[in-house]
Design a protein around this ligand. Structure first.
Ligand SMILES: [Mn+2]
Length: 399
């Protein structure tokens, strides 16, 4: 790396934070079964401790996303949870309402044809907004499992209008510092027509909901051939990109660690963001979050792997020479334009990552340092004992 590249990569890292998901530290499973880990978090306290540990090692994960039903039980004091997070050196990040687990959601939540269920779902979201205000969270992150499984099952237009009405009502409840993120997914659990199936649908609904509703791009929620960075560029240009859920996949929503299958994909997404920032003279405000559940890899190791990979790819993308790229594009010099991206991608940014970590008093290799601390071993022993004392059988709900 040249000194100029080193500086650019380090400056990029200074502004890059990634939110970890509370559910990523707990026992979770596939649709067919769960394989339990002794070190898996039992309760929110454990999840915040694990997230705090990841932040202490990486220095770039200051917030933890929470799930309202899984993490906040009815009657729980949100301010006490915020205090607990602070004790672990982190803050509560995006609030994720749960609109898919209760039996009443069999036919959907906001898209349901029963007004009483829609009202129930909306009330749960209002409660989530209130929790967000109490803990100082900036984001309400919405994912809906709503959809239909067979042609003719429901009115696609009526379900869309139900979504419009509920999202608009929810937007009115947002505090001045809160942003609503609308996530999309092409299929699963619905296998005929998911109500918010792609970025265009999420865009339309967010636009109609109000100015503080944006689109959330989960990198696993696209068809295999889809050009995700193009979607990102369009959303950026429309000021409608709210955030990301990072994961990688080979087939569908596989929840693999970021960059394990296609690091160039994540690089190209980051490139669009840096290029946008270079054109506009400002870095857009984007919530970078992880959404992964690991059944095989140890959960904290998988989280650290994703964080470290995201930092490396973000730093590489910052190295694209934008002036040279504009010149090449102006001349339709296809080869040189592509080479600028490929050269940045191929640059070894390890010196920049190490320098940044040293400057921030962080271990140069967070994963090895995590192993060296013995954190997972200690957590496994302690949590195994606690499970026994509490009479807990590993299993139960998804998280
Ligand atoms: Mn997601």
């Amino acid at each position: 790396m040249t000194p100029a590249q080193l500086r650019r990569a380090r400056e990029a890292l200074d502004t890059f934070t990634i939110e970890t998901p509370s559910w990523g530290f707990a026992d979770t499973g596939t649709r067919f079964g769960k394989f339990f880990q002794d070190a898996a978090a039992i309760d929110l306290g454990d999840k915040l401790a694990d997230g705090g540990h990841v932040h202490a090692l990486t220095g770039c994960c200051p917030t933890i996303a929470v799930h309202v039903l899984w993490d906040f039980k009815p009657g729980e004091d949100p301010k006490a949870v915020a205090r607990l997070a602070r004790r672990h050196g982190v803050k509560i990040g995006a609030i994720n309402p749960n609109l898919f687990q209760d039996q009443c959601y069999k036919w959907g939540s906001f898209g349901n044809n029963d007004a009483a269920v829609r009202a129930h779902a909306l009330q749960h979201c209002y409660d989530s907004v209130a929790i967000g205000k109490a803990v100082g969270s900036e984001y309400l992150s919405l994912w809906f499992a709503d959809g239909t499984n067979y042609p003719g099952q429901g009115s696609i237009r009526e379900r869309k209008q139900n979504f419009e009405d509920s999202l608009r009502a929810l937007h009115r409840k947002l505090g001045p510092k809160q942003t609503m993120l609308v996530e999309y997914k092409p299929f699963e659990p619905a296998f005929y027509a998911t109500d918010i199936a792609d970025w265009g649908m999420a865009y339309v609904l967010a636009k109609k909901a109000g100015p503080r509703a944006k689109v959330l791009v989960d990198t696993g929620h696209h068809y295999a051939a889809q050009n995700i960075e193009q979607i990102v560029a369009w959303l950026l240009d429309e000021d409608m990109l709210g955030g990301f859920h990072f994961n990688d996949r080979r087939y569908a929503d596989d929840d693999l660690t970021l960059g394990s299958i296609d690091p160039y994909q994540a690089f190209r997404i980051f490139h669009e963001i840096h290029f946008f920032a270079s054109d506009r003279g400002r870095m857009p405000k984007i919530a970078y979050m992880i959404d992964q559940c690991h059944n095989e890899k140890p959960k904290i190791e998988a989280t650290i792997e994703t964080v470290v990979m995201a930092q490396a790819l973000y730093a590489k993308a910052a190295l694209v020479d934008h002036d040279a790229l504009r010149r090449a594009q102006a001349k339709n010099n296809v080869v040189d334009a592509e080479r600028l991206l490929q050269r940045a991608f191929a640059t070894d940014v390890t010196p920049a990552l190490h320098a940044w970590r040293r400057a921030n008093q962080l271990p140069v290799d967070p994963l090895l340092e995590h192993r060296r601390t013995g954190y997972a071993r200690a957590a496994a022993t302690e949590r195994k004992r606690r499970r026994r004392e509490l009479g807990l059988v590993q299993g139960g709900s998804f998280a």
